[in-house]
Design a protein around this ligand. Structure first.
Ligand SMILES: [Zn+2]
Length: 238
């Protein structure tokens, strides 16, 4: 064996499995050729509003559940303002509301202690989670063998990254821009989420303001292309 081959097989050797089911060794979980049948991963799917993120999240939950896997759906500040994931095309699924002090690891441990399978997490609206939640997601993948599929916006109304989205870009095994096309009023691809207050694009303010909860002003969001985000042009019907 040449040094090169030895070096590359060393790199390919699976790390020891040290998750909570440590009696279930890597060998037992592999196809017999040393490769694990499944290695958990942290995946971040991002896109602007209305691009179908929540729909994709629920579809992914359905696909995995159908394979007999057990999972949890979490969300934060869903547009329904209740503990569920709702989609603009009318799907809904009950979900666990993620609060600042919710520990995702404790959530998984608790469910497993009740004898429930937790093979994956679907984390909707992940841009609104804390950076600590994203660290917990990475730990769930690495130490608990839980797949974490996070869905959310990348940027806020100022076109800057949400802190949790930034951490997801930094830590995720895979980052995917959702390809469902949302168009700006001009027909170009929608990229950025503008905050519109009393009919005008605003550039300053709190990072998270939900239209339904603000009574003092008419706040809404509109997906724009970069050009019209920059100029603040909401189009003929804006
Ligand atoms: Zn445009």
């Amino acid at each position: 064996m040449t040094d090169d081959v030895a070096a590359s097989s060393a790199r390919l050797a699976p790390p020891p499995y040290v998750g909570p089911d440590a009696d279930q060794t890597y060998a037992a979980r592999s196809a017999g050729d040393g490769r694990p049948l499944h290695a958990a991963a942290l995946k971040f799917f991002w896109g602007p509003m209305d691009c179908g993120k929540s729909t994709m999240a629920l579809q992914m939950n359905y696909n995995h559940a159908r394979q007999g896997r057990g999972g949890l759906v979490t969300t934060r500040i869903d547009r329904s303002l209740g503990p569920q994931v709702t989609t603009r095309i009318g799907l809904a699924h009950e979900a666990i509301e993620v609060t600042d002090d919710l520990d995702l690891r404790a959530l998984v441990r608790g469910r497993r202690a009740e004898g429930l399978r937790v093979d994956y997490l679907i984390c909707d609206e992940a841009c609104f989670y804390t950076v600590q939640h994203v660290e917990q997601m990475a730990e769930l993948v690495d130490d608990y063998d839980v797949d974490v599929f996070a869905f959310g916006l990348a940027t806020d109304f100022r076109s800057g990254l949400f802190p949790a989205a930034q951490r997801l870009f930094e830590l995720a095994d895979e980052v995917t821009r959702i390809q469902v096309e949302v168009l700006c009023w001009c027909g170009r691809e929608g990229l950025l989420n503008a905050r519109v207050v009393d009919g005008v694009v605003v550039r300053e303010g709190r990072q998270v303001v939900i239209g339904d909860t603000v009574v003092s002003a008419d706040v809404r969001y509109q997906v724009l292309c970069r050009r019209h985000f920059r100029t603040g042009n909401l189009g003929p019907r804006g």
